[in-house]
Design a protein around this ligand. Sequence first.
Ligand SMILES: [Mg+2]
Length: 386
Amino acid sequence: MARSMKISRIETFLAPPRWMFVRVETDAGVVGWGEPVVEGRAEPVRAAVAVLAEYLLGQDPARIEDHWQVMTKGGFYRGGPVLSSAVAGLDQALWDIKGKHCGMPVHQLLGGPVRERVRAYAWVGGDDPGAIRDAVTAQAEAGFTAVKMNGCGRMSPVATRAEVRACLLRAGTVREVLGDERDFALDFHGRVSPSNARRLLPLLAEYAPMFVEEPVLPEHTEALPGLVGAANIPLALGERLYTRREFLAPLQAGVAIVQPDVSHAGGISELRRIAALAETYGALLAPHCPLGPVALAACLQVAFTTPNFLIQEQSLGIHYNRDADLLDYAVDPEPFRFERGALLRTDRPGLGVEVDEHAVRAADAAGGHAWRNPVWRYDDGAFAEW
Ligand SMILES: [Mg+2]
């Protein structure tokens, strides 16, 4: 960088459907954007960004790694999704600033591209087989080569035969619609107990899902070796893990695919390190991203330069996007134009997305959002995992 800049202003904006943007301004006029958010916990993340901003104001934005270290470790009490998501969004914004200042896309600063297109999957919602059939057909006709859906709804701790059959019917229906040339993945969403997962995985193997996601809750790491051995289905997890250290045990257990979220797991800087750690285990990167345009752009920058990248999640049309969607806060939708289910590499500087600042400010001024995930209960009134 020719001359040093200073960070002069940091603002956050809550925006529907359940997102938050951070805008980092420098005294040279270069502005970077990030998405620091935990879905359903946006307000505490906003407060954490404000605390970290006390440190960043007046600093040189180019020293991304040093700022990452101080933001992550500089407080005696550290860790957890709120802090790491605040760091994540600020880290994205600092990479955006560096790229814009250098006139280069972030993937060039990270070592240059290793691929020209990033395969993505589309979400499919719905529970009844007819609706699933229509939704999968629509995504295939839109050009997507892979889809993902929840593997089940609320599930009893010991599943009934009907619950097991419903899960198998879902998988069978999707496979029948897609044929053998396209892929589908099932998300167990941490709502399946370890014993249910052990029962379901071998039964699902005949439908050959690309992967089963969050087969059990993140805290049931000790169940993973048994589940890896239970069926020839690649297991994926990681949207609720926040550091490279937290990925180590699942990788040692044989998880095939890691799914850190660029807005939860320390940003672009930590996502790169998690990918490198996974590479040493022969595991693949499939970043979690049901978020907005800045988070997706940050994922793409990593994907373009990461050798062990598999596939990208993206939120276009996802069931959560009720009051706004992926393209509503981007000035130009071109970076997110899918071509045969993939996004193409561009050389736009920084993260490669121009945020619609007017739309973001207006969304926050209108009250932002207060999104919370549902709380599920069993018929007897006891809490059930969502
Ligand atoms: Mg998931």
